[in-house]
Design a protein around this ligand. Structure first.
Ligand SMILES: CC(C)(COP(=O)(O)OP(=O)(O)OC[C@H]1O[C@@H](n2cnc3c(N)ncnc32)[C@H](O)[C@@H]1OP(=O)(O)O)[C@@H](O)C(=O)NCCC(=O)NCCS
Length: 184
């Protein structure tokens, strides 16, 4: 029932992407600082429009092994301020990986932490997942701070495990178990 997907937090709504999100999504997906630690390069407007059209109305979660993007919108106005993503493991769908992006103008307000806590509650309490992970470039200071602040444990530090944008990169893996939720 993708059209009914909704996670509400005090200031935000996590919801399916809508065609009206294209302008906001295109603006932040075009920003080099947003793309810096992501697997993709800055998007053109046309790429962003195609992406939103493909995501709009998708079931959340997607079938195991497939990423789905979840819009993060202001509760007050429904304006898109970023997105998080969820992928259930193909071989063990009780485990999932998450990711998150906020538009630069909306960073530094605690929205990312609020969105992740809402997503964790949904994943553990509604979907009944066992374990969530997040993978981040070790140099992504904002992401490292965020994942620690929402209670994820750093479980792995991989050295030069990924050829990333022209150089070998280091990554941290963070994890959270359902039995560790809610964070005290
Ligand atoms: C990673 C990312 C989502 C983090 O966003 P963020 O804005 O730093 O995180 P939050 O929204 O939780 O904001 C936290 C900051 O807001 C501040 N803040 C302001 N008002 C706040 C409030 N009401 N509640 C909580 N924090 C608040 C906090 O002090 C905190 O600052 P600090 O980290 O310097 O202590 C963001 O940097 C981003 O989108 N980066 C580009 C994409 C990316 O690399 N994603 C990660 C891929 S793995």
């Amino acid at each position: 029932m993708p059209e009914t997907f909704l996670i509400e937090t005090p200031r935000l709504r996590l919801r399916t992407f809508q065609l009206a999100d294209v302008a906001a999504f295109a603006a932040y997906r075009a920003a080099p600082e947003v793309a810096r630690f992501q697997s993709w390069e800055p998007y053109s407007y046309a790429q962003a429009a195609d992406f939103v059209a493909a995501q709009a109305g998708q079931p959340i979660p997607a079938p195991p092994g497939t990423w789905v993007q979840i819009g993060i919108a202001l509760a007050a106005t429904n304006e898109l301020v970023g997105d998080c993503a969820l992928c259930l493991a193909a071989d063990e769908p009780r485990q999932g990986e998450i990711g998150i992006t906020l538009a630069p103008a909306w960073q530094g307000r605690g929205y990312a932490a609020e969105a992740l806590r809402g997503l964790f509650a949904h994943c553990f309490e509604t979907l009944g997942l066992h374990r969530l992970i997040a993978v981040t470039d070790c140099e992504n200071v904002a992401s490292v701070r965020l994942l620690g602040s929402v209670g994820m444990r750093r479980e792995a530090h991989f050295r030069q495990n990924i050829w990333f944008k022209g150089a070998w990169g280091d990554e941290y893996v963070y994890a959270l178990l359902r039995e560790e939720w809610p964070i005290k």
